[in-house]
Write a protein of this length. Structure first.
Length: 231
């Protein structure tokens, strides 16, 4: 079976999972964290080398303040209490996105977690936090423009390869497979540049219900695709 080197997942459906059970939305997000742990372990088992998870978009800042605070509290708790999952499984953690709006104390925790796992190589886990693909692309354009002004980059040097080096995912290959849970047929401003030739797989499973078997089904579907890259 051909296994994708890089899988990206839009983790959708936490709120609906909680609503179906008459629970507060934050309980759906808590269960979603459990699915993240399952996905990490399953990716290592199947031989996936990069996993990028869409956790919190730039648009999600518009959600009710209580929900936003709850989401970031979950991240804080995850870094404090579940960090052994990275050490135990040799997983490198990277947070991609705009950190400017994240509380300083949490940014320090993130930076420390990244430093502590930077030598691990079983799996690179990218968590897209305060992330928006349009914002990422605009930021890359601005940074390239600044480097052109400084003379460190020539206009003639700007091509797809160089542009990719200015993105948050500069050290990762582009995703081979994009998975979206909950049945929604949207990209939702996620990795617009990087998924140009990714295979899409949409499942009606809500993210808290997504487990190892579901990931295997997605990989098997990927294995049956013929990737032609427009040729």
């Amino acid at each position: 079976m051909v296994v994708p080197k890089h899988i990206a997942i839009i983790m959708d459906g936490n709120g609906r999972w909680a609503e179906k059970r008459g629970l507060p939305k934050i309980m759906g997000h808590k269960q979603g964290v459990e699915s993240i742990k399952k996905a990490v372990q399953a990716c290592i088992k199947f031989g996936v080398k990069y996993l990028t998870l869409y956790a919190f978009s730039t648009e999600n800042w518009l959600r009710p303040r209580k929900e936003v605070e709850g989401l970031f509290k979950l991240l804080e708790n995850f870094l404090d209490s579940q960090f052994q999952i990275f050490h135990k499984n040799n997983v490198r953690l990277r947070i991609i996105g705009d950190r400017g709006r994240i509380a300083p104390f949490l940014r320090k925790k993130i930076e420390q977690a990244e430093k502590d796992t930077e030598s691990y190589n079983s799996l690179v886990l990218n968590i897209a936090l305060s992330y928006g693909a349009r914002q990422e692309i605009v930021s890359a354009v601005k940074n390239i423009s600044e480097d052109v002004k400084k003379g460190s980059v020539e206009t003639s040097d700007v091509d797809e390869k160089l542009f990719s080096e200015y993105l948050y995912t500069k050290d990762c290959p582009d995703p081979d497979l994009l998975i979206r849970t909950s049945g929604e047929m949207r990209i939702s401003n996620f990795l617009l540049w990087q998924i140009s030739y990714a295979e899409f797989y949409v499942t009606t499973k809500l993210w808290p219900d997504f487990g190892e078997k579901d990931l295997k089904i997605a990989i098997e579907e990927y294995d049956n695709r013929e990737r032609r890259y427009g040729k």
